[in-house]
Design a protein around this ligand. Structure first.
Ligand SMILES: *[C@@H]1O[C@H](CO)[C@@H](O)[C@H](O)[C@H]1NC(C)=O
Ligand SMILES: *[C@@H]1O[C@H](CO)[C@@H](O)[C@H](O)[C@H]1NC(C)=O
Ligand SMILES: *[C@@H]1O[C@H](CO)[C@@H](O)[C@H](O)[C@H]1NC(C)=O
Ligand SMILES: *[C@@H]1O[C@H](CO)[C@@H](O)[C@H](O)[C@H]1NC(C)=O
Ligand SMILES: *[C@@H]1O[C@H](CO)[C@@H](O)[C@H](O)[C@H]1NC(C)=O
Ligand SMILES: *[C@@H]1O[C@H](CO)[C@@H](O)[C@H](O)[C@H]1NC(C)=O
Ligand SMILES: *[C@@H]1O[C@H](CO)[C@@H](O)[C@H](O)[C@H]1NC(C)=O
Length: 201
């Protein structure tokens, strides 16, 4: 276990010079919005999925138990669209016995399902660009519309909100945040649609 953690730290060190998403926001918790009162106001916390890899598990409404994240933007990026937010990465510090290892949110996809699993990996190599809109809601942005033929790659930047809470399995069976690929329904029947907001600590 320890060797793997340090191997991951080694990999992080080799990419540290290429860190562009290093302008940190104030710290915040990730809190759900849902029509389901059980899920509404519940927070997410980083849960162990593998060596130095965490999922975002469904937590309680008690924010003292929630994980603390920052939103890192790039010193080189130009503000694009304030209503849907500027792209950056979600950063979280993995606490090992000796150090804090900055980790970032990525999306793990599996070709046999349309349900992707957000995971925290060390460093920022695998980071998924995300944004927070003017209502502090987490989104993923795109400029391609392939739901029409011929496909439209001249569309304005659009924000997508395809977050769900689902029973997932990556390293362990947990109830976690998930992202559904495409505009269809999740094939996993446990999934419930939610939004993810940031609440500053
Ligand atoms: C972020 O990284 C860039 C590129 O390596 C560097 O020029 C800048 O000083 C860094 N900023 C911070 C706050 O570390
Ligand atoms: C986020 O920014 C902070 C402050 O510059 C930096 O220490 C950290 O490594 C960044 N996180 C990631 C995942 O790169
Ligand atoms: C609300 O969410 C809880 C926890 O996931 C679930 O057990 C319950 O069935 C959901 N209620 C509705 C009405 O979907
Ligand atoms: C929230 O959690 C903290 C720490 O676990 C605990 O001390 C506190 O009593 C909890 N608050 C509520 C309202 O349950
Ligand atoms: C910004 O986003 C909003 C909401 O999606 C959209 O209506 C608007 O056209 C966008 N503006 C630009 C300049 O991309
Ligand atoms: C492509 O997207 C742009 C911007 O959203 C829109 O104005 C245009 O009508 C779209 N074209 C087609 C063929 O759908
Ligand atoms: C999430 O927020 C978006 C943008 O406000 C909205 O269109 C969508 O219906 C919301 N999703 C859920 C599950 O509430």
């Amino acid at each position: 276990m320890k060797t793997t953690v340090f191997a991951a730290i080694g990999a992080l060190a080799t990419t540290a010079t290429a860190q562009f998403y290093n302008v940190s926001s104030k710290p915040f918790n990730l809190v759900l919005k849902s029509d389901n009162q059980t899920l509404d106001d519940a927070a997410l916390y980083a849960c162990h999925e593998g060596a130095a890899i965490e999922g975002l598990c469904l937590g309680s409404k008690n924010l003292t138990d929630a994980s603390v994240f920052t939103f890192n933007t790039s010193s080189f990026s130009e503000p694009t669209n304030s209503s849907i937010g500027d792209p950056g990465i979600i950063s979280w510090n993995l606490q090992t016995t000796e150090l804090l290892v900055p980790s970032s949110l990525t999306l793990q996809n599996n070709p046999t399902t349309n349900v992707g699993i957000p995971l925290l990996y060390t460093g920022d190599d695998e980071a998924q660009l995300v944004a927070f809109d003017e209502d502090d809601q987490l989104n993923i942005q795109g400029t391609l519309d392939d739901t029409v033929s011929p496909l439209n790659f001249s569309t304005l930047t659009k924000a997508y909100y395809r977050w769900y809470i689902c029973d997932t399995y990556w390293g362990y069976a947990y109830t976690t945040l998930a992202w559904v690929y495409g505009n269809g329904e999740p094939q996993n029947p446990s999934c419930q649609g939610v939004n993810v907001t940031r609440v500053y600590t």
